[in-house]
Design a binder for this molecule. Structure first.
Ligand code: COI
Length: 359
């Protein structure tokens, strides 16, 4: 079958010994594969010039709209190699649909679900040798993205847009021993009607000062509250959604609205009943979280994300207070859920939910 994203120009591949050294300890987002997928859009031609080609830098006019007004969106998903060598994607249709919603919010031209899936699969096929062996938790992280490439300083949706997919072999983003969260009262991530539910670069650029504040206070990541600060509700953690496990058996996560609708968030909710938990999406006040940790009615906190998988939260700190969660180590349920998700992703257990798609 011919691909809508044909291999137009092959790259001189990274030599086998160099690639093997990278795959032995890839880190995250450091080393990129030999190829990239590309497509271009104009109002006259729509999406066109779809292809996979050698990875190379973009050439952009200094006035390109993305550099000035951040008209840009992205996605993150992973390809997993199984013990039999086959390669699979995990729920990529959800990423495709979220990418479309992000495009709509940012005035970018929507890409069809078919183009999204085919571009990702064509790149994985071209760079198949870069998908790590399933000996640990390594995978090939795929980064589809779209940006305004028109040379024009007026503030309106660009009339030249580029879509691309790049890939990097990746280890888990966080050590699964857990992370600590800093409760930021100086920074809010999103407001009603804003771009909190959109996966756009601007959200991540705006998170960097809050992240620096968290690190200055000895924490790994930020716990964002809504605009009402400590009198309000918890939202998410920038690169991850948040979950609480309650003593009465609920798996609670903040309701959608101003947070990102994570694929792993949705997966954790779907798997809750396997662990005897009731999935609950609702607003969670910071006061409830704090009191629940203090009196033991909140037994675990964890975070979810494609890069982070399921990452236990071991402690929370804010201005003038700090508390550990449970025994201060990773929660049992978070670790068990993490294993269950990884077992499904690597095909070590039957795909009873129909979540995997073979490349
Ligand atoms: C992902 O989990 O795919 C993300 O986008 C997080 C990333 C910013 C590291």
């Amino acid at each position: 079958m011919t691909s809508a994203f044909p291999l137009a120009r092959t790259a001189a591949p990274v030599p086998d010994d160099q690639r093997a050294a990278i795959l032995a300890a890839p880190g995250f987002g450091l080393h990129f594969t030999d190829h990239m997928a590309l497509a271009h859009w104009t109002p006259e031609a729509g999406w066109h010039d779809r292809k996979v080609q050698a990875l190379e830098p973009f050439s952009l006019h200094p006035s390109a709209a993305v550099l000035h007004y951040a008209q840009e969106i992205f996605e993150g998903l992973k390809a997993y190699r199984r013990a039999d060598g086959s390669i699979w994607l995990f729920r990529p249709e959800i990423n495709a649909r979220r990418f479309r919603r992000s495009a709509e919010r940012m005035g970018l031209p929507p890409l069809s679900e078919e183009d999204f899936l085919e571009s990702v699969e064509a790149l994985v096929r071209a760079d198949e040798a870069w998908v790590p062996e399933p000996t640990g938790e390594e995978s090939l992280y795929l980064r589809p993205f779209m940006f305004a490439a028109e040379a024009f300083l007026g503030v309106r949706p660009a009339r030249r847009v580029v879509y691309s997919v790049i890939a990097c072999p990746a280890q888990p983003y966080f050590a699964y021993g857990g992370v600590t969260l800093w409760v930021s009262t100086s920074f809010t991530r999103a407001a009603v009607g804003g771009t909190g539910a959109t996966k756009c670069g601007g959200n991540y650029g705006a998170s960097l000062a809050a992240q620096a504040e968290a690190e200055q206070n000895g924490c790994d990541q930020v716990l964002y509250l809504d605009g009402a600060g400590e009198n309000g509700c918890i939202e998410e953690s920038g690169a991850m959604n948040l979950f609480l496990v309650t003593a009465q058996g609920d798996l609670v996560t903040p309701a959608l609205g101003t947070i990102l609708e994570g694929v792993t968030r949705n997966t954790a909710l779907a798997l809750a009943s396997e662990f005897g938990l009731t999935p609950v999406e609702r607003q969670v006040t910071f006061a409830e979280l704090r009191a629940g940790i203090a009196d033991g009615t909140v037994t675990e906190v964890f975070a979810t994300g494609t890069a982070a998988v399921i990452t236990p939260v071991t402690g929370i700190k804010g201005d003038g207070y700090a508390f550990s969660i449970g025994e201060g180590g990773p929660g049992k349920l978070a670790l068990a859920l993490r294993e269950r998700v990884l077992d499904i992703q690597y095909g070590r257990v039957p795909d009873s939910y129909g979540w995997l798609r073979r490349v």
